[in-house]
Design a protein around this ligand. Structure first.
Ligand code: NAD
Ligand code: UD1
Length: 336
């Protein structure tokens, strides 16, 4: 079976994808510098799957560390999750974000070229749809960004597009994730943010645990049915499965292909709060607050391309996503 290098494989989405890859029979080699995750993820992935996987603590900014991985393993394809992802932090530290995400990806591509590895699945984001396109987003819409994090995704997509033009042996699928939430059903792996969370579900989880007092609902005057922001929340396990489908597609087709991974359905902040209250059987205290800078009213995918190209579509409901998030949270109140 093929050997897949998973960069960022101890992180939130990477760890769930390792589970799906191992369960689909692939051999997995993980590379991560552990800047935003724990090596304990590897033990948990082994427990869930009953399979072994290799782990390298290595940094994309260190070419010789990546060279060593490619020398010691015959890598058939790369799934590239590694990157910094906090929007606010990227505004404060643009150079660190551009360097880590872009230089790191260029280093990885360079090492892949030297080892004749040209099959690549990239973690892009719905953030590339910017603020002027209107949902549902289709992959042919123009891309743009409003912050350095978003620009790293736009720029890396462009780099990969150019690599595919220059060398027709390359095959790249850029997966544009909508809002991944939830956790593996076992409760062994899940989202593990450092410090006070920025994203909705990790914040709600901390309120439910009693670690934070109340949720600020950013804006109740959006042009949406209940006035709060609408997003396309997707179960991380569904998202992870989408990578296995994308990988199969990438092995069989050449060229650059951007593909949305979303459910195609939007939920408001208040709908998510209600679903989470049911899942944890607690009240989630909340208060309306001003809109958060940079937020848009509505974001959801046109999910038809993934279905057409890969035969993949998301399965889980928002209720299941909240139940699995809560299951992980109560089993790991201090994270991994
Ligand atoms: P995460 O932070 O949990 O995982 C990213 C991993 O990359 C971490 O384990 C981190 O230690 C590692 N990493 C960072 N810089 C590295 C470097 N220089 N060398 C080696 N490893 C490095 O994040 P996630 O939520 O799992 O996201 C994975 C990818 O998906 C990221 O590229 C992110 O931008 C993208 N994405 C995430 C979301 C989301 O909501 N979580 C949405 C859209 C896109
Ligand atoms: C955010 C990022 C986006 C990134 C995505 C996944 C911003 C502006 N956007 O998207 O670039 O790709 O995370 O990492 O940061 N909300 C509250 N209270 C909170 C937190 C969130 O009301 O404490 C609301 C938001 O206003 C939004 C919704 O919940 O309407 C979802 O927010 P969030 O989980 O942060 O995701 P996005 O803003 O969609």
């Amino acid at each position: 079976m093929n050997n897949i290098l998973v960069t960022g494989g101890t992180g939130f989405i990477g760890s769930h994808t390792c589970v799906e890859l191992l369960e689909a029979g692939y051999n997995v080699i993980v590379m991560d510098n552990l800047s935003n995750s724990k090596e304990e993820s590897i033990n948990r992935i082994k427990t869930i799957t009953g399979r072994d996987l290799k782990f390298y603590k290595a940094d994309m900014l260190n070419i010789s560390e990546m060279e060593q991985i490619f020398e010691e393993n015959q890598i058939d394809a790369v799934i590239h999750f590694a990157g910094l992802k906090a929007v606010g932090e990227s505004v404060a530290k643009p150079v660190e974000y551009y360097n880590n995400n872009i230089t790191g990806t260029l280093n990885l591509i360079d090492v892949m070229r030297r080892h004749s590895c040209s099959t690549f699945v990239f973690s892009s984001s719905a953030t590339v749809y910017g603020v002027t396109n209107k949902a549902p987003y289709t992959e042919d819409m123009p891309t743009s960004a409003t912050n350095p994090y978003g620009y790293t995704k736009v720029m890396i997509e462009q780099i990969l597009r150019d690599v595919c033009v220059a060398d027709p042996s390359w095959s790249v699928v850029a997966l544009r994730y909508f809002n991944p939430i939830g956790a593996h059903h076992s409760g062994l792996i899940g989202e593990n943010p450092n410090g006070i969370p920025n994203n909705l579900i990790p914040y709600i989880a901390q309120v439910a645990l009693g670690k934070l007092e109340k949720l600020s609902v950013y804006g109740n005057d959006y042009p949406t049915p209940d006035g709060t922001g609408v997003r396309d929340y997707i179960h991380v396990a569904d998202l992870a499965k989408g990578h296995v489908y994308a990988l199969r597609y990438a092995f069989e087709h050449k060229n650059f292909e951007p593909v949305n991974l979303g459910t195609g359905k939007g939920s408001s902040v208040l709908e998510i709060v209600n679903a989470y209250e049911k899942a944890c059987s607690k009240e989630i205290k909340r208060a309306f607050a001003p809109r958060r800078a940079g937020d848009i009213a509505v974001s959801f995918a046109d999910a038809s391309k993934a279905k057409k190209l890969f035969g993949w579509q998301a399965q889980s409901t928002v209720e299941q996503m909240c139940e699995d998030s809560w299951n992980f949270t109560i089993k790991n109140p201090e994270g991994l």
